[in-house]
Design a protein around this ligand. Structure first.
Ligand SMILES: [Zn+2]
Length: 208
């Protein structure tokens, strides 16, 4: 019977190497550039570990730079297509904070730092998370061109839509470094042995 066979939970978890990668990182990372540097480090290691795509994110308190959570893309490791870095980081931040609203009363202002403009899924996830600021290393077609991941039909007014909801968007923080990570990933894909996990094996659309 169905009741005996359906799943009642699924697991999204950071891989064990993340703690190792964070071993020298203090609780407070006051400079935004340093927070993005950490995101790039995690993104680069993530694909090399075979865990998922070259994507990472973190949630921090904007004023102090206190890092609340980090996320990496765990699609391959978890077998869950929504396991993108932003969703993982936001979920872990909310779990640690004990609330679904990172912008709730009495909460410090939170930011999401990510190594490119979010895909269409993470666009929504960011909008509903309660963060007050979204920081991206870059936007534009380079991510899709280099990595071949499909980011979905995001409108040209994506940043404006955030701003209209009180979410500040900060762009172009260590952009070249982001492209460097994507290019290294692409080279590895071209030389074989890596899976680009677009849905339906890339027939039409997928996710990043
Ligand atoms: Zn995404």
């Amino acid at each position: 019977m169905l009741a005996q066979h359906i799943s009642t939970e699924y697991r999204i978890a950071l891989p064990p190497w993340v703690r190792e990668e964070l071993a020298d990182v203090p609780d407070l990372v006051p400079e935004l550039d340093d927070r993005m540097r950490l995101v790039h480090r995690l993104a680069d290691r993530n694909w090399r570990e075979g865990n998922g795509g070259p994507f990472a994110a973190l949630v921090a308190e904007s004023e102090t730079g206190r890092v609340v959570s980090v996320g990496v893309n765990v699609v391959l490791a978890s077998g869950v297509s929504s396991g993108h870095a932003e969703v993982v980081a936001l979920g872990l931040a909310q779990s640690r904070s004990g609330t679904w609203d990172l912008g709730g009363a009495g909460m410090p202002a939170h930011e999401l730092v990510v190594n490119w403009r979010p895909c269409i899924q993470c666009y929504g996830a960011t909008m509903w998370s309660g963060v007050r600021t979204l920081v991206v290393a870059g936007e534009g077609p380079e991510l899709e061109e280099i990595t071949t991941f499909d980011e979905g039909p995001l409108g040209d007014d994506w940043a404006e839509q955030f701003e209209r909801r009180g979410i500040r968007v900060v762009k172009d923080v260590l952009r070249d470094e982001a492209l460097g990570v994507f290019s290294a990933y692409r080279q590895a894909v071209d030389s074989g042995g890596l899976t680009v996990y677009n849905a339906r094996q890339g027939a039409g659309e997928g996710e990043a």
